[in-house]
Design a protein around this ligand. Structure first.
Ligand SMILES: Nc1ncnc2c1ncn2[C@@H]1O[C@H](COP(=O)(O)OP(=O)(O)O)[C@@H](O)[C@H]1O
Ligand SMILES: [Mg+2]
Length: 353
């Protein structure tokens, strides 16, 4: 993995007035380009030739320039960083970029918003649970397959948007349904409402909710729509016998009871401070996936230490960002603003790795 010192050196060599934001044209790229434009930062879209026309069709969110690549996977594995370096680019990682770039992301010479160490911690489910434990979050019980004594969810390695996960009630059912056990995790099934708060942690800001040396901001909240579990009452009501599945299809906005906000902010702060202690922090956007039960207790089951697609609901800001900013503040714009402020104060090394 490229060292933090090397990235600091590279970002120090950048002309702070000519910094550009680059990302892969996918996932939440429109939001990122749109937000950067609002902050007056130029953008680079890493894009396949066929996709370019899609992005060009959105006049307020198309990137300022394209870096055309035939195959994003190959591009990340070889050479795209040289091009980006010449352009003073800072890369913003999102779900598709992380997926396409794979291990190459660890070696890329371009500064990345956030901390690449965090990718190692969120990639490995056991390590992610260690991190969440260190943050003192309430977690679902992890259960050995032989000891399944309640409804459980079985998760396979790698984030695939819930695809292929299954519910089981006993070891016998587990044995019957799960063929490959490599890297499988069995968790107790949490009943309640799923809540996915989107946070932004700034080590250089004093606004927002104080956390570590800076502050954490609640930028929005969403809930994912998963097929078929989220409308399972329909086939059930028709008398079908059906197994739940958890494939993400989309996102919907959610606004919390105001009395829950204190807990939500505290959870964000604790995750930031645990990351700081364990692997050097998580500057930038992140999301904690939780279930809130009938006693208003939050249980966390995943952290994404990067921008999540649920933020696409709020290109003009959310019912939370509107109370913190005069401007329409999307997550994409917030990232661009952080880059701008850090560049001005010569603190880019604090927000990239
Ligand atoms: N412990 C749990 N109890 C109930 N549902 C869960 C639990 N963990 C995950 N889920 C459901 O499965 C979906 C995918 O799980 P997640 O761990 O987020 O996997 P991925 O890494 O694919 O995003 C979640 O969005 C949620 O609906
Ligand atoms: Mg998830």
């Amino acid at each position: 993995m490229i060292t933090k010192e090397k990235i600091n050196e590279i970002v120090k060599g950048y002309d702070s007035k000519k910094i550009k934001i680059a990302t892969l044209c996918s996932h939440c790229a429109l939001q990122l380009f749109h937000g950067a434009r609002a902050e007056g930062i130029k953008t680079i879209g890493i894009c396949t030739p066929e996709r370019k026309k899609v992005y060009d069709s959105f006049s307020q969110a198309a990137p300022d320039e394209y870096l055309l690549v035939d195959d994003p996977k190959e591009a990340f594995a070889g050479g795209v960083d040289e091009e980006l370096l010449k352009k003073n680019a800072i890369l913003v990682p999102h779900g598709s970029l992380v997926e396409y770039s794979g291990n190459a992301l660890m070696e890329i010479k371009v500064p990345i918003v956030g901390n690449r160490n965090s990718l190692l911690w969120e990639r490995d489910r056991q390590k992610m649970f260690e991190w969440m434990k260190e943050a003192k979050l309430q977690l679902p019980k992890i259960i050995k397959p032989e000891e399944i004594d309640r409804p459980c969810i079985v998760k396979f390695p790698g984030a695939k948007g819930g695809r292929g996960y299954m519910a089981v009630n006993s070891y016998e059912e587990f044995e019957r349904k799960v063929k490959d056990r490599e890297g499988v995790m069995v968790q107790e099934y949490l009943a309640g409402i799923r809540i996915y708060p989107h946070y932004f942690y700034s080590p250089i800001s004093k606004e927002g909710y104080r956390a570590s040396e800076g502050s954490v901001e609640l930028m929005g909240v969403d809930r994912r729509y998963e097929s078929n579990v989220d409308e399972i009452y329909r086939p059930l009501s028709a008398g079908m016998s059906i197994q739940p599945s958890f494939t993400v299809v989309g996102n919907e906005p959610i606004v919390l009871r105001e009395s829950l906000l204190g807990e939500i902010l505290e959870i964000g702060k604790n995750v930031v401070e645990a990351a700081e202690r364990m692997f050097g922090g998580i500057p930038g956007p992140f999301c904690i996936e939780t279930v809130c039960d009938e006693n208003l207790q939050f249980y966390a089951f995943e952290i994404s230490s990067r921008i999540v697609a649920g933020t696409n609901l709020y290109p003009r800001g959310s019912p939370y960002s509107v109370y913190a900013y005069k401007e329409e503040m999307s997550m994409g714009r917030r990232i661009a603003r952080e880059i701008k402020l850090a560049a001005k104060e010569k603190k880019l090394h604090k927000i990239v790795y």
